[in-house]
Design a protein around this ligand. Sequence first.
Ligand code: HEM
Length: 191
Amino acid sequence: MERTPISDTQVEIYSQPARRFHWWTVALILVQIPLGLYMAYRGNVLGIFDDITNNLYSSHKLIGIIIFLVVLARLAYRLLHGAPADEPTLAWWHKAASHFNHWGLYLLLLATPIAGYIGISQYPALSIFGIPLPGIVAADQDAASRTFMIHFWLAFLLVAFVAMHIGAALYHYVIRKDNVVTRMLPSLRRS
Ligand code: HEM
């Protein structure tokens, strides 16, 4: 089956700000997850706490805070401006699964950095490249270990949701050949 060509006038596409928010989030998450895994391995497993590990931790905290702010802004934009209507050819369960995946991603993209910030408040490890940060809960090392475990499992769930998201995108693009993916592409270079 050939992909039906679309233009901005034929089928609703995501607005430019929505597409920018989407691809910025992708880029930040692509850096953040391997960075988090590597720094925790270097610190907790290899037991190396040198300048490199410290800088990795600071970078992870900084990027995590940026992700939180970008996702908050993105969610506000989404709630204020809405999103294009579902692709007309989709079955009801396709639509339900995609809404579940999208709202789950928003939730996890907010909950994961919040858990990280609560963890560094409890530990406490409240600085980024030497610049102090405000704590949001009382210091408590035992609670910090539990919170970092929650942070890890939220990040794990986030990866699972991202994998579902990419799997669905490939299914639409390669197998169904509909316009679900093309309307979120960063440029207007469409089929
Ligand atoms: C969407 C945003 C974020 C993602 C996807 C993410 C992901 C991760 C991952 C995958 C790990 C490795 C866990 C492990 O192997 O044990 C980790 C560890 C960590 N994260 Fe995040 N993180 C995010 C935001 C944040 C924020 C905002 C902070 C704090 C400001 C933070 C602080 C930490 C710390 C301190 C650790 C190390 C925990 C430990 O040593 O046990 N993270 N993160």
